[in-house]
Design a protein around this ligand. Structure first.
Ligand SMILES: CC(C)(COP(=O)(O)OP(=O)(O)OC[C@H]1O[C@@H](n2cnc3c(N)ncnc32)[C@H](O)[C@@H]1OP(=O)(O)O)[C@@H](O)C(=O)NCCC(=O)NCCS
Length: 171
């Protein structure tokens, strides 16, 4: 898995939860949900670690993107979802390392495309994906998801996302 600076990325497991909970309590419940989903199959959770701290995560869904037009357009592609980096650790390459590791895993499993959805009101994330070679598809669809905000409050979001795709991944 990718290592940039002191950041290391590897697949998370339920036995990582005590460490995640102590080093990044704000994100622990969300990560636990992702890890429970991983146990059920169909997805892999990558966790970025910097020293003793959990600093980011991304989920790879082998079943692909779940909005209808994007799915019909890229039926064979896994999806990178829930990319999230701890606020104090941003702009240091953690998000890039997570996405590179996701790509390596996707290639290792025999896929050659990776798709993702990025909010129309999230230009920072769009820049990251642009730099990594994820092309705009022009497919914009409404997504709904649950998340926990920085105060630990569970929220429900509804947003317009554009699907982006990276073809011919090389690992
Ligand atoms: C979007 C997000 C995941 C990016 O994570 P990140 O760790 O900051 O990503 P990176 O550090 O790899 O890249 C971000 C910026 O830092 C810069 N950067 C990367 N490595 C760097 C380094 N070693 N030193 C200084 N700057 C660096 C990049 O050039 C990039 O610059 P840009 O703002 O011009 O694009 C993070 O901001 C986040 O968690 N946001 C909230 C959740 C979210 O929006 N997720 C995406 C959902 S689609």
């Amino acid at each position: 898995m990718e290592a940039i600076g002191v950041t290391q990325v590897r697949q998370g497991g339920m036995d990582d939860l005590p460490w995640i909970r102590s080093s990044w309590p704000d994100a622990a419940d969300v990560l636990e949900r992702h890890l429970v989903g991983q146990q059920a199959g169909g997805q892999v959770v990558l966790v970025a670690r910097n020293g003793s701290q959990a600093v980011g995560c991304v989920v790879i869904r082998w079943t692909g993107i779940d909005t209808p037009v994007a799915r019909a357009s890229f039926p064979e592609a896994p999806e990178a979802a829930h990319l999230f980096v701890r606020r104090e650790s941003r702009n240091g390459g953690v998000g890039t390392a997570l996405m590179r590791s996701a790509e390596q895993l996707v290639v290792a499993r025999g896929f050659h495309q990776l798709v993702l959805a990025v909010g129309l009101e999230n230009p920072g994330a769009a820049r990251l994906y642009e730099r990594l070679g994820y092309l705009r598809s022009g497919i914009v669809e409404l997504s709904e998801y649950d998340y926990t905000d920085a105060s630990g409050i569970d929220r429900h979001a509804v947003e317009w996302n554009e699907c982006r795709v990276k073809e011919a991944l090389i690992g």
